[in-house]
Design a protein around this ligand. Structure first.
Ligand code: SAH
Ligand code: SF4
Ligand code: F3S
Length: 446
């Protein structure tokens, strides 16, 4: 069949974590050779992809309500003699693919996180009105082998180095939706990083569900070292790291490698040792505190962020207070906190002592009050300092720019000369819970 020449429009809606953000970008790259250009809205797209998240119940529910909305667009377009192909990708696709096909006939394809490189094939099959409409095989490396070159659209980029998870925390669906831990070969990661640098990327964030469990022929710290040797790359970050994979080598690198940004996302989940054990996190509170002490010794200005779950089954008020205590002791620059959500098929969903919704809401409110205050205080602490800011784009007004501090804060400032990708010294003059404002001092050498 010959491809029609008119540009086709693609809309991708991304839910969930950075891994999905990376995957959405790669789906766009895979579809570009077929003539798909990105559309701003789903209403008039020929192909709509929902890249879904299964981590909490709310995230999953969103998918079905969004399919309902898309069905209306699809029907309207059909009445105009135009088509709309609806594809469900991501972790809900992996976990509930068959059910989606059954419950939502408007959906044309379901494609799991390890199978999206097969999208062109699925589309070709649909044109012939033949064949399978569900692709959820785990073929982790195959995907990376056939994906086209990256086409980054900014000076910061995600780079997926590790996927899947073998840790099986009792609350979590990721080991089921993303499969077993898998690391991309060292050389492939370096090649992708070099090509990003050639295309103007200055800051790379390495991604993985357990990114520091990377073992693609060398340790994670060795990988970071090699990446730091790439000329154009000025800044390196990574997420998400598991506390038990914080090796001495990696902790040491935070003190030794200036390109490694002073920011670490290190989920704790709970401050109670009994709950950590029930969660199967494989470490206790003391272990976590010790790592924090050691990374801060290596890099004293390190900013920490974390993930916390409240209301895990059986969590008592006293155990929740242990979490509050830990947060008070460690102090975080940022944090993601969640009410425990029972996920089908995970061990915790069947545990006794499920905490009531009201209790979970109350604990989350109390926890977030402390976390938000810590974040606001951390930002306020930058006022008066001069920070090297990576310019990432233009602001709304002429001459206005936005950028990123070493501590992952958004910074707004005025500078008519600064170009995206420059690193400029900005004296911080104001702060809020979510961002900083400042004045440019001088162009720093790149
Ligand atoms: N791989 C990462 C986390 C991935 S999921 C890690 O090990 O830390 C991101 C966060 O979602 C988790 O850290 C956890 O805080 C939260 N989360 C995962 N499952 C959840 C559930 N069932 N209910 C509530 N929050 C959950
Ligand atoms: Fe989920 Fe735990 Fe694996 Fe993180 S380490 S992805 S929380 S099972
Ligand atoms: Fe969600 Fe899947 Fe990421 S469940 S958090 S999109 S790995």
């Amino acid at each position: 069949m010959t491809e029609p020449r008119a540009p086709k429009r693609l809309f991708i809606e991304t839910y969930g974590c950075q891994m999905n953000v990376y995957d959405s970008e790669r789906m766009r790259d895979v579809l570009a050779p077929l003539g798909y250009a990105v559309a701003e809205k789903p209403d008039d797209a020929d192909l709509v992809i929902l890249n879904t998240c299964h981590i909490r119940e709310k995230a999953t529910e969103k998918v079905y309500s969004e399919i309902g909305r898309l069905r209306a667009h699809k029907e309207r377009r059909a009445a105009e003699g135009k088509g709309m192909t609806i594809t469900i990708a991501g972790c809900v696709a992996q976990a509930e693919g068959e059910e989606i096909m059954r419950r939502a006939p408007a959906v044309d394809f379901v494609v799991g996180p390890q199978a999206y490189h097969k999208l062109p094939e699925l589309i070709a099959r649909a044109a012939r009105q033949a064949g399978e409409r569900l692709e959820t095989d785990f073929t982790a490396q195959e995907k990376f082998d056939v994906l086209p070159a990256r086409a980054p659209d900014g000076v910061t980029a995600f780079l997926s180095v590790q996927e899947g998870c073998d840790k099986f925390c009792t609350f979590c669906v990721v080991p089921y939706t993303r499969g077993a831990e898998f690391s991309r070969p060292f050389a492939d990661v370096l090649a992708e990083a070099r090509s990003l640098a050639d295309k103007g990327v200055r800051e790379i964030t390495l991604l993985g569900q357990n990114v520091n469990a990377y073992h693609g022929g060398a340790s994670f710290a060795a990988l970071l070292n090699e990446l730091a040797a790439i000329d154009g790359i000025a800044r390196i970050r990574y997420m998400t790291s598991h506390p038990i994979e914080m090796t001495d080598e990696l902790i040491g690198l935070h003190g030794a490698e200036p390109k490694l940004m002073p920011y670490l996302h290190l989920p704790i989940q709970s401050g109670s040792d009994r709950i950590l054990k029930a969660m199967n996190r494989k470490h206790d509170g003391a272990f976590y505190r010790d790592i924090v002490t050691r990374v801060r010794a290596a890099r004293p200005d390190l900013a920490l962020s974390t993930d916390i779950i409240v209301g895990f089954p059986g969590e008592t008020e006293k155990e929740f207070e242990a979490t509050m205590q830990l947060v008070g002791d460690v102090t975080f620059a940022a944090a993601f906190s969640f009410k425990y959500s029972a996920r089908p098929g995970t061990p915790a969903a069947g545990m006794a002592g499920q905490v009531s919704e009201d209790e979970k809401s109350d604990r989350l409110r109390r926890l977030q009050a402390v976390l938000f205050a810590q974040q606001t205080a951390f930002n306020a602490g930058q006022v008066g300092r001069t920070l090297p800011v990576l310019v990432t784009g233009d602001g709304r007004r002429p001459g206005q720019k936005h950028g990123r501090s070493p501590y992952l804060q958004s910074v707004h400032f005025h500078d008519a000369q600064a170009q995206d990708g420059d690193i400029v010294d900005v004296r911080i003059t104001g702060s809020s819970q979510n961002s900083l404002t400042g004045e440019v001092q001088a162009l720093a050498p790149a």
